[in-house]
Design a protein around this ligand. Sequence first.
Ligand SMILES: Cc1ncc(COP(=O)(O)O)c(C=O)c1O
Length: 288
Amino acid sequence: MNMQYTTETSELLSEAKKSVLFTAELPSVVMERGEGMFLWDTKGKRYLDFIGGWAVTCLGHSPTILQDALHQQASTLVNCSPSFFNKPMIEFASLLTQVSCYDRVFFTSTGAEANEGAIKLARKHGSINLGGAYEIITVINGFHGRTLAMMSATGKKHWEKLFAPKVSGFRHVPLNDIPSALAAVNPNTCAIMLELVQGEGGVHAADPEYVYQLRKACDAHGLMLIFDEIQTGIGRTGKLFAYEHYGIEADVMTLGKGLGGGFPLSAMLTKEPFNLFEPGDQGGTYSG
Ligand SMILES: Cc1ncc(COP(=O)(O)O)c(C=O)c1O
């Protein structure tokens, strides 16, 4: 073992303990480099990476195509602000509409942020088209991110008391329980949101009949159906999007993780009838 690297690593780790906010107990290694399916730490030790950046590095670590795209864009234009269109934004939105059943794309940075956009759009739909309905039905142990609203959406027992009071307006039902889902629909409901395969919740797939019944209920009551494909999208289930396995289309789909291949990029895609935001409703410094 090279002493210089050992010393450097222990210095970095002791600095991390002082200056990095504690959120989780992490192993005593510092990652420095990635290539393909391998990571290297600051001591030069190589790891076969089964984590894949929490399911984001779908092309492996630092693939040439990503390096080139980032390099080319960084040396052309980094941020023109969301006050203007930019070329890659238009090209990528157009590509996503061509390969999916959706008509419009709103770009964000994280999955939680894309889902927040979907929830806001659902409530906008409720206020415009459903007499002020605001409630969203979500699935117990679903995972939609860690903003306060998304932690309220999950219905995860473990999070029930965390950061109270939670954002209200979410009704949680068990996965694949059709009667419970249908019984939860009430005059305040504006949307149903779910993952087609729960990822964080333990790899539980939604039954095709369940998804079909949710689609039917949404059509009957004018509700927005939202598929969170942040984990299942971009080829993770063998098709580009998991909804293709079901042959059922939601009104809104969110993407993240594999979308940027490790670069923070997410998106909310919607069909034209739900292109409902008005100026001032939605935006963000890094949107698009
Ligand atoms: C299905 C699903 N939705 C949303 C998220 C949140 O994404 P992010 O961590 O980028 O906010 C995740 C992350 O694991 C996820 O698996």
